[in-house]
Ligand binder design. Structure first.
Ligand SMILES: [Zn+2]
Length: 489
């Protein structure tokens, strides 16, 4: 009886302890007073975005493949549309198509900050045209939205930045810190001709950036099941990229007397082994994200997150059910191409496949290759880094206990009605990864609200941005330019 009572007391104490942890970790931050909103002409900003969308600046893979003319047209359009930006900022044309603007600060001892937006867009898949409600490059303004390719990726941000700078200059803006606006022209095809060259230029000038802001996370309206409040996701790192080429060959011959396994079977087995043995999960990158959003989450999940010392595997099992959250927990792999066989009754002489992996910080290319080799463990399958697509490591993690991050967090809450703000590892690639050698505080955040449905427009169908989001974005950029421009960090 006493033993039973003791067990009961221990269990009760444990539950109380875990409940205390839950309430302590699940608190909302103190609300901040909202920012004064400068006047922004929504109609004019929308028209400007519409004009930029109409310039079909599509980048193409391969040196010399991209038509420079649309980019040169954008340069002229910028000059005509933003007279103050064009006259007061130093304009540097990089590699014919990219643009870098510089507003010198009054205190040369402060390191500059940089805002980035790529000018190029992805093409529109012709087969999807019937599903578009507008012509993709028409820049139609209707139903409170500006429609078209690039609206959210990322001509909206480019216009937002230029509009904000123009507005600030109109008010006599003179920052202490130098501010750069960078507009690359080939982000969608890796950024080696645009951003890479911009960084080379800055490096040659001896520039080291105090902080930079590029596209990335956004303010999600419905991104987490069970969460009804919007929340902002600020990328502080991005996953690495690796494409592996797998090859196998076998003796060709008549399929009437086949070996136990053909080259296709060997490759299929290799891929199936990989699918059955995904890379191990690492909770340490997603956990801070979940913790800072904890106060928005259902109480059960909050309890589990606050007590990962006990529920770690329960939590991971739960999270990996979602494709998106699974990708935040581990290096993912996806077999994306396969090629082999020439005829139904001929044994294939060779089969090649490509597997695309996205690397979580901490998983290096070397380690990932070792893992893949160990899992497949088949000398008949040759595995190498795909020459065509190659790979790069995950980017370094920008610290969040710095004035640069804290001020970004603050401005986001000031402009977006005390929205929850959370750091996270961004899943896709951005231009900002090229800046790592000259910047330690790299933030990947697109300052506007998006529903899951609107998000599908990115590289997809009916890409659009609401005019309200566009206006809020200008307000946000004006404020962050003022704050970063004057803060002493
Ligand atoms: Zn983009």
């Amino acid at each position: 009886m006493t033993i039973l009572l003791m067990i009961l007391i221990v269990v009760l104490a444990l539950v109380i302890f875990m409940l205390i942890r839950t309430t302590q970790s699940g608190r909302a931050p103190e609300p901040v007073s909202l920012a004064e909103r400068p006047l922004v002409d929504t109609k004019e900003v929308s028209q400007h975005l519409s004009q930029m969308i109409q310039i079909q600046s599509i980048s193409k893979e391969g040196t010399g493949k991209t038509d420079p003319q649309p980019f040169l047209d954008i340069h002229t359009w910028v000059e005509n549309t933003y007279p103050l930006l064009s006259s007061r900022l130093e304009k540097i044309t990089i590699n014919t198509c990219s643009l870098l603007f510089c507003l010198p600060g009054s205190e040369s001892s402060l390191a500059p900050v940089l805002f980035n937006a790529h000018m190029d867009v992805v093409p529109v898949d012709e087969s999807t045209l019937p599903a578009w409600k507008v012509e993709p490059f028409s820049g139609t303004i209707r139903e409170g939205y500006v429609w078209g390719r690039g609206a959210i990726d990322m001509k909206g941000q480019a216009v937002g930045l230029m509009e904000a700078m123009e507005g600030l200059l109109r008010d006599g803006f003179l920052p202490k810190r130098t501010i750069y606006l960078a507009f690359g022209h080939d982000e969608e095809v890796m950024g080696f001709e645009g951003s890479t060259k911009i960084v080379e230029h800055l490096k040659a000038q001896g520039v080291h950036l105090a902080a930079m802001l590029d596209e990335g996370g956004f303010i999600s309206l419905d991104g987490l099941p069970g969460v009804s409040e919007p929340f902002a996701m600020v990328g502080i790192s991005e996953k690495g990229y690796l494409t592996l080429k797998m090859e196998t060959s076998a003796a060709p011959g008549h399929s009437s007397q086949p070996p136990r396994q053909t080259a296709i079977g060997i490759m299929a087995r290799a891929i199936a082994l990989l699918d059955d043995h995904p890379m191990p999960t690492h909770l340490q990158y997603l956990l801070p994200t979940l913790k800072s959003l904890s106060y928005l989450l259902p109480v059960g999940l909050r309890f589990v997150i606050a007590n990962t010392w006990l529920f770690k595997s329960v939590l991971i099992n739960n999270l990996t059910q979602s494709q998106q959250l699974n990708a935040m927990l581990r290096t993912t792999h996806a077999a994306t191409m396969i090629n082999g066989g020439i005829k139904d009754n001929v044994l294939p002489a060779s089969v090649t496949a490509k597997v695309n992996l996205r690397l979580l910080p901490g998983d290096s290319i070397t380690e990932v290759m070792q893992y893949v080799n160990k899992v497949i463990d088949d000398p008949r399958v040759e595995i190498s880094v795909d020459e065509e697509n190659g790979g790069w490591e995950a980017s370094a993690i920008s610290p969040t206990d710095t004035p640069a991050y804290r001020s970004l967090d603050l401005v986001t809450r000031q402009v977006f009605n005390n929205v929850a703000v959370s750091p996270f590892v961004f899943l896709a690639a951005t231009d900002s990864r090229h800046y790592q050698s000259i910047c330690k505080n790299i933030f990947k955040f697109s300052p506007f609200m998006l529903s899951s449905e609107e998000l599908q427009g990115m590289h997809g169908i009916n890409e659009r941005i609401s005019q309200k989001s566009l206006t809020d974005m200008v307000v946000f950029y004006m404020r962050i330019m003022r704050v970063w421009g004057d803060a002493e960090f």
